[in-house]
Ligand binder design. Structure first.
Ligand code: AMP
Ligand code: FE
Ligand code: FE
Ligand code: ZN
Length: 294
């Protein structure tokens, strides 16, 4: 059931849910605190203009956008939920999880995130060293310049390589150098799904499998469900209607929750769809709260 990412192509607009004005939630968004290009304030304002009533910012290993986003959201009428995107290891694969509705001041969670960001930095150093060894003259400072205050990741390395002119495109960086199996590929720090799910749960939140249509097999989904997953991201630009139906069935069959959003990064990474067109109805958020609080 592996499906290639549809490179941001708008597959379907919206969601099968309520479009009567009862509220729209985009629960997968990135800011400058990870690999997005908009600041929290810019993103919240953009969400408001696009008619979204609720958002979750899901920066990789970072919750630093939340306080600012909540403040702007309160001022202009956008509800901002706590969110995160985490990477876990399953076999040889790096799988992305989304966390919601946790206490973003939970000390243990914050310690984990600081640790993950340090490990990201060390990995970026190792990738740069590998690139230098194969005569790509990239400097770590150029990568850090791309990352700014955000958690450093391969997207920043790809952008720095484009800027340096050693490759023609963002995607070429992955296909030629830093993608899985590439000559400068480096693994991330290895965290098990169980460990990540427990960490989120201890902070009072729920954990979802992100964009399974990109590269997660049925067997892996089952393994993650057994590890304690709370739900699956059903609406995502890489899922066509058939995929959505499939994941919604899995959600129902295993008494899970669903989530959804655009995985918007600010236009740099094939976010060519119209912002505001990947959303879930507020009943989805209500169901999450119900699971946590009743
Ligand atoms: P990192 O968290 O540093 O491993 O970076 C992962 C991010 O890089 C993902 O969220 C994707 O946005 C991007 N990415 C991973 N693989 C590819 C690829 N083959 N082509 C383009 N972008 C990719
Ligand atoms: Fe990302
Ligand atoms: Fe992801
Ligand atoms: Zn994402």
């Amino acid at each position: 059931m592996e499906v290639k990412e549809e490179s941001g192509k708008t597959v379907e607009r919206g969601n099968s849910g309520d479009s009567s004005g009862a509220g729209r939630a985009d629960l997968h968004l990135h800011t400058t605190h990870s690999d997005g290009t908009l600041t929290p304030e810019e993103l919240v304002r953009k969400a408001h203009e696009a008619g979204l009533t609720t958002i979750a910012i899901t920066d990789h290993d970072n919750v630093a956008a939340l306080d600012e986003a909540v403040e702007i959201g309160n001022a202009i009428g956008v509800e901002v939920l706590s969110g995160l995107e985490l990477s876990v290891t399953l076999g040889e694969k790096d799988i992305h999880l989304l966390a919601y509705l946790f206490d973003h001041k939970n000390l243990q969670l914050l310690e984990y995130l600081t640790f993950f960001r340090r490990e990201r930095l060390k990995r970026a150093e190792r990738i740069v060293e590998k690139l230098n060894k194969i005569n790509v003259p990239l400097e770590l400072d150029a990568v850090l310049g791309q990352a700014g205050v955000g958690s450093v990741g391969r997207p920043h390395i790809a952008n720095a390589m484009v800027e340096l002119g050693v490759i023609g495109s963002y995607h070429e960086a992955f296909s030629k150098y830093i993608g899985v199996g590439g000559p400068a590929y480096e693994k991330k720090y290895q965290v098990s799904p169980q460990e990540a799910i427990q960490m989120v749960s201890k902070a009072g939140g729920l954990t979802f499998l992100a964009h399974p249509g990109k590269y997660t097999t049925d067997a892996e989904i089952l393994e993650l469900i057994n590890a304690g997953l709370d739900g699956i991201e059903v609406v995502h630009p890489s899922h066509d209607e058939q995929r959505r139906k499939f994941y919604r069935n899995v959600v129902e069959q295993y008494f899970l929750l669903e989530s959804g959003g655009s995985d918007y990064h600010g236009g740099k990474k094939n976010d060519s769809y119209a912002f505001g067109t990947f959303w879930v109805p507020l009943t989805v958020v209500d169901a999450m709260r119900k699971r946590l609080f009743s």
